[in-house]
Design a protein around this ligand. Structure first.
Ligand SMILES: [Zn+2]
Length: 292
């Protein structure tokens, strides 16, 4: 199953009119279309490779190998754990010390990484137009879990050369939300625990009331899918997010407007929350690149 956190503009009216809110939205595409979803060519792959090399270096003074002024860098909340979004999709946060527990922090043997780390290297798109890699407007460089807020924070490089209008819209605040896209192996119904691998296997709760509430065993309960064996495939800029709090945190740096206070504030904010983690180190390096 492919999940998206967003009500796409085109279908918001239709679905939301019926249910009064963004319920029961599940977009699906042929999985074959995603086979090469992170097979970037040229600049995106180069930026990602250099970033990975710089991180593997381990030196605190190592810079991102290829700070590229044609990209703009943004910190965003990619998605939240343990909270059903408006579409009725929920992704469990999990426990990093108990890898058998689901889901976002779970170590996946097959993938060789934590589930949330599947964001890294995936494309950044607009409104989930991810059927063609040529439509990517950027790349996800890194992710870090925020344990206090139980959300996954991402560092996204957006291609200003390719889509200056988007960058302008983000900077002016017209576009300030993101929405994840994920491949999901199966889900459990929040009401009855029924396991479904495809939409045709949905129980009546999910089929009829996903994203809403139903009266069940003496109380009104949220109906949502508890998604498992998740593999994130992309992150899109959107105007109508399903996760209402998946928002841009701040722009990390901007060439030609190297506002030191702004950059330092970003670094301080991250350091305060996460300590000396990778994201903080990375953003410090970007800041250094910009200032120099
Ligand atoms: Zn059910």
């Amino acid at each position: 199953m492919i999940k998206y956190a967003v009500c796409e503009d085109a279908i918001v009216e239709k679905i939301c009119d019926k249910a009064g809110r963004g319920s029961a939205i599940q977009l699906k595409y042929a999985s074959a279309a995603f086979g090469k979803s992170h097979d970037f060519s040229g600049r995106y792959q180069k930026m990602l490779n250099n970033y990975i090399v710089a991180q593997a270096d381990g030196s605190k003074n190592a810079r991102i190998g290829s700070y590229d002024p044609e990209f703009h860098y943004y910190r965003v909340i990619a998605m939240h754990g343990d909270v059903p979004n408006d579409n009725g999709d929920m992704f469990r946060w999990g426990n990093v010390d108990k890898p058998e527990e689901p889901e976002l922090l779970r170590w996946d043997e097959t993938l060789g990484k934590n589930v949330y780390q599947t964001f890294v290297g995936r494309g950044n798109f607009k409104n989930h137009q991810n059927d063609d890699v040529s439509k990517a407007v950027g790349v996800i460089l890194d992710v870090v879990p925020n344990f206090d807020g139980r959300f996954i924070e991402a560092l996204v490089a957006v291609d200003n050369k390719k889509d200056p209008d988007l960058v302008r819209s983000i900077d002016k605040g017209y576009v300030k939300a993101v929405s994840m896209g994920a491949r999901v192996a199966y889900s459990l119904c929040s009401i009855c625990g029924h396991i479904a691998k495809t939409e045709s296997e949905y129980c009546a709760h999910v089929k009829n009331s996903k994203g809403g509430k139903i009266y069940h065993e003496g109380a009104f309960r949220d109906v949502y899918e508890d998604n498992r064996q998740v593999n994130f495939i992309e992150l899109s800029w959107v105007t109508v997010p399903a996760d209402r709090y998946a928002l841009m945190l701040e722009k990390v740096a901007r060439r030609g407007r190297a506002n030191e206070a702004e950059v330092l504030e970003a670094v301080g904010l991250i350091s305060e929350k996460f300590g000396e983690d990778r994201a903080a180190a990375v953003i410090r390096e970007i800041a250094a690149s910009v200032r120099s």
